[in-house]
Ligand binder design. Structure first.
Ligand code: GLA
Length: 456
């Protein structure tokens, strides 16, 4: 990967091309809503074979229906053609307990909207995910973070959405998102209160999981504010919610968010979590002490042994189109949020490219966190690069390993399906560097066939 000005991939031109997850996880007997991600000039003609009874694919490539009741793996043949060509590929539907067989790709409301998230905003982001072609490159989750809540639970103890900002409830948003073939994420906390002071899930795990399932929620991020520090307590609380989700009758991805403080990479997978934050929140800076992209990546890189299909390290969201404007990522405040310590100006284009390269190589969840309706051409060049995304979504699911230890220079190697290896060299220092990569260091032939993933 080199830092030449990036070219922009057009999701709506050229021959058909398959992107995103090639292995899709789902609990047996639960609802499937999954977009098979294919770019190319429209119209596309779909011919899908091997679908079990109960599932269909519509003319936008969205699989819908109820998955078979028995665990196992089903190969789905995907033949798509247009005026420019045809592809014949396979997507595997894996029925079992592992849901995120490749790192989840999508969007989260927190970094840009923070406490101002509304149903209108969330539905607009889902529309933008389709209109920009992000869905056709494999993005599928639209995640509502903190502050979707009413002031308190209903008299029946059920969670309720804020009647002003989500006037038709979460289910109406889920319906909109599902109609587009996308999936909806929601947020809660393993304590009486969330980080933003809304009601949390502690003691209400069953009723919450049942309600989320009835609303059509497909992912839950479970935070850890207002909870005791002990690891054993965290394991108990995350375990309770994970079990409740697993028996909710819906495939709900479980995302653990306790910022890496209790080493969740050692226990969250056993509880059934699909991914866990390894770091504090990301801020819109590359290297403001340990806070930005570099600091979080430094922590996450060392945890490569713990990632694999169905269980991923999460160094927090992407900062691609945020430009220092995010309600929470743009400003550093004192812990009680009374005083502003620093306004971040955002990261440069080269730094964004490095950020994307690192998150792709680390097999990290790719959750954009800016206003998707106002992505620039540069943002889309970053978010829609097929090769960078294919490295992230590679079905082998290996997190890139660090090679050597030259200060300020990170060389990562990520084995891919089929025997290829992705290699990245990131200069995270302040000075220009010349890097020589010896292929023999990665067990490759002296002069292997090389492609630059950033060049289309
Ligand atoms: C914590 C999490 C963030 C976000 C906020 C919401 O800080 O780490 O990602 O969910 O809470 O209040």
């Amino acid at each position: 990967m080199v830092n030449s000005p990036p070219a922009r991939f057009d999701p709506f031109s050229g021959p058909p091309r398959l992107h995103g997850a090639r292995r899709v996880g789902c609990r047996p007997g639960t609802e499937v809503i999954h977009p098979i991600a294919v770019s190319g000039e429209r119209p596309l003609t779909w011919q899908v074979t091997g679908l079990p009874a109960g599932l269909t694919v519509d003319d936008e490539g969205i699989i819908r229906g109820i998955a078979p009741a028995d665990p196992g793996s089903i190969a789905i043949g995907v033949r798509v053609s247009n005026e420019r060509g045809e592809i014949d590929e396979t997507v595997e539907l894996c029925l079992g307990d592992q849901l995120a067989l490749t790192p989840p790709m999508g969007w989260n409301s927190w970094n840009v909207y923070g406490t101002d998230v509304t149903a209108t905003v969330v539905m607009a982001m889902a529309d933008a995910m389709v209109e920009t072609g992000m869905r056709d490159l494999g993005y599928s989750y639209i995640n509502i973070d903190d502050h979707w809540h009413a002031e308190g639970r209903g008299d029946d103890r059920r969670p309720r959405a804020n009647p002003v900002t989500f006037p038709d409830g979460i289910e109406a948003v889920a319906e909109h998102v599902h109609r587009l073939g996308l999936k909806l994420g929601l947020y809660s906390d393993a304590a009486p209160l969330t980080c933003g002071g809304c009601f949390g899930g502690l003691g209400h795990e069953e009723i919450d999981a049942q309600t989320y399932a009835a609303w059509g929620v497909d992912l839950l991020k479970y935070d850890y504010c207002h909870a005791p520090p002990q690891r054993a307590v965290a394991i108990e609380r995350y375990g309770a919610m994970s079990r409740a989700l697993a028996s909710s009758g819906r495939s709900i991805v479980f995302s653990v968010c306790e910022w890496g403080m209790r080493r969740p990479w050692r226990w969250a997978e056993d509880l059934g979590a699909s991914y866990w934050r390894t770091t504090p929140d990301i801020f819109d800076t590359f290297s403001w002490g340990p806070l930005g992209v570099r600091g979080l990546a430094r922590v996450n890189i060392g945890l490569d042994a713990h990632a694999g299909p169905g269980h991923w390290n999460d160094p927090d969201m992407l900062l691609v189109g945020n430009r220092g404007q995010g309600q929470s990522t743009g400003v550093l405040r004192t812990p009680k949020k009374k005083r502003t310590i620093w306004h971040f100006r955002g990261i440069s284009e080269t730094q964004i490219q490095t950020h994307l390269s690192l998150w792709s190589m680390m097999a990290a969840p790719l959750l954009a966190s800016h206003d998707l309706a106002h992505s620039t051409e540069f943002d889309l060049a970053m978010l829609l690069n097929p090769e960078i995304l294919a490295i992230n979504q590679d079905p082998l699911g290996v997190q890139g390993h660090k090679h050597g230890s030259r200060p300020g220079l990170w060389i990562l190697a990520k084995p891919l399906t089929g025997g290829a290896t992705a290699v990245s060299a990131s200069n995270v220092s302040r000075v220009p560097r010349k890097v020589t990569v010896r292929f023999s260091d990665f067990g490759m032939a002296a002069a292997p066939q090389v492609t630059d993933a950033w060049t289309l």
